[in-house]
Design a binder for this molecule. Structure first.
Ligand code: NI
Length: 257
């Protein structure tokens, strides 16, 4: 069954039908979901989801564009909740120069501190990096992130960058963008990266695959990504589902189902 390694079901886009939708996932072949915190409030909601749904896990952390809210006390709180049994990662953390807010020094400071936190508590990291390829890589190398481990979520760079992160031992997160007509670069990365190092993700409610591009995304759309990846890799959809599920369990250090 499919493992969705990156979702935001706490988003208000799901307020109307969250219970119904989440209750239907398992019967549609979704085995597990990691809900990823993007802010302190989002991390709180993520923890609630992991308590409510047996097949949900959580990542706790603050997205680069939300780091203005961070202080020592909130970082300490993140450390406390990272000890909860269903918390499997620190994330999403990183750098986002597309939105470029707050200023880069603030983003960098808290990226570094959250990398440090992951090392301290012994959890992998979920990295968000947009239009910030060089700084992200430099900071991760300086922090010896290879020893921490994790995933570059919604991978948006080229093969050269993919090589760097693969060498560091990281997984590459791939979602709906793979099905877009203009996704040549990501298709190259998907062809280049060993299948053992690719994990599936939705980033829902964002980034729905074709034929639902622009609509609200959910884990139910992952078969479209599986189909595309199967073609690129010359494998069957069943093989893609099985291998990426195993990868996700390795990434988040969960036992086999
Ligand atoms: Ni995300």
């Amino acid at each position: 069954m499919i493992f969705d390694t990156h979702a935001h079901y706490d988003d208000e886009a799901f307020d109307e039908d969250r219970e119904e939708l989440l209750a239907s996932l398992r019967e549609h072949g979704i085995e597990a979901v990691v809900n990823v915190g993007a802010s302190i409030a989002g991390t709180k909601r993520t923890l609630e989801l992991t308590r409510r749904w047996p097949f949900f896990y959580g990542a706790v952390g603050v997205h680069p564009n939300e780091t203005a809210e961070l202080d020592e006390e909130k970082l300490e709180w993140l450390k406390q909740v990272s000890a909860e049994p269903k918390v499997v990662a620190i994330g999403e953390i990183g750098l986002d120069y597309y939105w470029d807010d707050p200023e880069r020094d603030v983003q960098k400071k808290w990226f570094d501190r959250q990398l440090e936190l992951a090392r301290e508590v012994g959890l992998p990291v979920v990295i968000h990096s947009r239009d910030a390829a060089k700084d992200t890589l430099d900071m991760m190398k300086a922090a010896k992130a290879g020893e921490i481990g994790g995933v570059i979520h919604c991978f948006s760079y080229g093969v050269e960058m993919a090589r760097e992160y693969l060498n560091m031992g990281f997984f590459i997160g791939i979602g709906g963008v793979l099905t877009f007509k203009n996704a040549r670069k990501l298709k190259e990365v998907a062809a280049y990266a060993p299948i053992e190092r690719i994990v599936l993700e939705t980033d829902c409610p964002y980034l729905a695959p074709v034929p639902y591009r622009g609509k609200r995304n959910s884990s139910l759309n992952l078969p479209y990504v599986v189909e595309e990846l199967a073609q690129i890799k010359g494998l069957t959809p069943e093989e893609i589902v099985e291998i990426t599920n195993r990868n996700a369990r390795r990434l988040y250090r969960l036992g086999d189902q």
